[in-house]
Ligand binder design. Structure first.
Ligand code: DQA
Length: 141
């Protein structure tokens, strides 16, 4: 089974950006972690990141057309984008929303997610381990 792991804006800066909040794991480490976890679970995992909202929408349309399960960290677009939510609503292969930090312990504007209502489930605050748990879930469903 193919799985897309999609990451929104600034996540390419993982390990460099606010390490007190997001940890020291780099984006390259995250890619490796997801691909290795996929190998262990028998999943063909492809990890992508973009700072351009339209590019993410295109990837979500691709996943919708092919019925591919998605792990998505929409990053800041979580809290701003009706377009990302509408694209997520078209997915049929399952969607796990992941946030590295516990958004509920942070600023008020991070408490609302446009995506959560159309996700199969969400994982927040467990660091990059959240991606591993999301992949394990998708492997079993
Ligand atoms: C994030 C949380 C968002 O509020 C923030 O804008 C991010 C990352 C997380 O993984 O904790 O960029 O999605």
């Amino acid at each position: 089974t193919r799985v897309l792991v999609l990451n929104g804006p600034n996540l390419n800066r993982l390990g460099l950006r606010e390490p007190g909040i997001y940890g020291h794991t780099t984006y390259a480490d995250l890619e490796k972690l997801c691909v290795q976890t996929g190998t262990e679970l028998g999943l063909e995992v492809e990890v992508r990141q973009t700072n351009t909202e339209g590019e993410l929408l295109g990837w979500l349309h691709e996943a919708a057309d092919a019925g591919i399960p998605v792990v998505l960290n929409p990053a800041a677009w979580t809290h701003t984008s009706v377009a990302v939510r509408d694209a997520c609503a078209m997915l049929t292969g399952g969607l796990v929303e992941v946030h590295i930090s516990n958004v509920h312990q942070r600023e008020e504007f991070r408490h609302h997610s446009y995506v959560s209502a159309v996700a199969t489930g969400t994982i927040v605050g467990l660091g990059v381990q959240g991606y591993v748990l999301a992949l394990r879930y998708l492997a079993q469903h």
